[in-house]
Design a binder for this molecule. Structure first.
Ligand code: KG4
Ligand code: ZN
Length: 337
């Protein structure tokens, strides 16, 4: 019998404010990952500034790639394919990673694998365990809020998504109302522990779809803060954090419950930065226990943007026969398919 060859994929991710490279073996084993984060740079602006992000990607990309190969103790010749986040994301940021990936693919004659950023967040889970189908991916991050059904590897069916703001974006904006520094999501999460659910906020989009909406909730919080100020009442930030979280998380779990039942889901995975949220994790655990479904949430380091998830997804895309040529372009928006 022919011996099965190990496949090493080099993944590159630069869709937002992290420049990252990683080598993953057979879609499951991380050999090395390097991430250059720009959080400290964008903090002063209260959010990611696209132009500044692109400039830092240019500055970081070569160093990140070199360090990744060094850490893995490998040469680029030993890599079987190059996986790149082609979108969605900030176009200027995406282009830096894409050009680097294309250049390496051309010079070293390696297959170029286009990876959708959300596929990466989903496949972060294959670095820690096996995906079981039919699967429901709950993608919750600063840029995305989506429910994706998968009947098999690399087959994506988007059930629904946000009609306006992403949940992480909403967390960050609400956190700003409370005077918390960007990215405020994790700080709001922490603050909520000290508070009680005392403020009444509307659960958004209580309908029969798989969609979400967060801009109304954000406005409700801003209005509430305004009204309290006008009445001369002090805003109880911890209570507001707890009240906001309850509603935001409930709007996710309502739709997840419906999808699990309608689609006979076996495995729910939660992906993206907001997967770190304590209340969401607890609510998802409770829901999946109740419905007898397996829940997987990747460890924090794989929840936020990184190239290991892109390399892992890249392996399955490679097995699925997906290839790009040097005409591949970045896309700021694109449906996962
Ligand atoms: O996945 P990610 O690193 O970047 C995107 O692809 O968007 O997600 C970052 C987002 C930010 O909005 C951040 O505030 C949010 O995830 N986040 C959290 C928590 N940790 C990170 N939101 C709520 N609770 C948390 N514990
Ligand atoms: Zn992301």
């Amino acid at each position: 019998m022919e011996e099965k060859k190990d496949i090493y994929v080099l993944g590159i991710e630069s869709s937002c404010d992290e420049t990252s490279a990683s080598i993953v073996k057979n879609g499951t084993k991380e050999m090395a990952t390097v991430i250059a984060s720009q959080i400290d740079i964008h903090k002063d602006f209260g959010g990611v500034v696209p132009e500044i992000a692109s400039r830092h990607h240019v500055k970081n990309i070569t160093m990140v790639l070199e360090e990744c190969l060094q850490k893995a103790n490998m040469t680029i010749d030993e890599v079987d394919a190059i996986a790149i986040t082609y979108g969605p994301g900030l176009i200027g940021s995406l282009l830096i990673g894409l050009e680097a990936a294309k250049t390496l693919a051309f010079i070293y004659n390696k297959p170029l694998i286009p990876v959708h950023h959300i596929a990466g967040h989903i496949y972060a889970n294959s670095l820690v365990g096996e995906l079981k189908f039919p699967l429901l991916a709950v993608v919750v991050s600063g840029g995305h809020t989506e429910l994706i059904e998968m009947k098999n590897h690399y087959q994506f069916n988007k059930l629904g998504g946000t009609l306006d703001d992403a949940i992480g974006e909403c967390y960050d904006k609400v956190a700003r109302v409370m005077g918390l520094e960007y990215p405020g999501g994790p700080k709001l999460d922490k603050l909520a522990i000290e508070g009680d659910v005392t403020y009444k906020l509307p659960v958004p989009l209580k309908d029969d779809s798989y969609n979400f909406s967060f801009s109304g909730l954000k406005s409700a919080v801003i209005n509430l803060a305004h009204n309290e100020e006008q009445r001369g009442n002090e805003l109880r930030n911890a209570d507001l954090a707890a009240s906001f979280q309850k509603v935001a998380v409930e709007s996710i779990t309502n739709k997840v419950r419906k999808a699990i039942i309608d689609k006979e889901i076996k495995n729910v995975i939660v992906a993206g930065g907001v997967a770190a949220n304590k209340i969401l994790r607890a609510a998802m655990q409770e829901l999946t226990d109740e419905l007898n479904v397996e829940l997987s949430i990747p460890p924090m380091k794989y929840c936020t943007d990184n190239a290991a998830m892109i390399a892992a997804a890249g392996y399955y895309a490679y097995k699925d026969g997906r290839r790009a040529d040097l005409a591949l372009n970045s896309k700021s928006q694109d449906t996962l398919k």
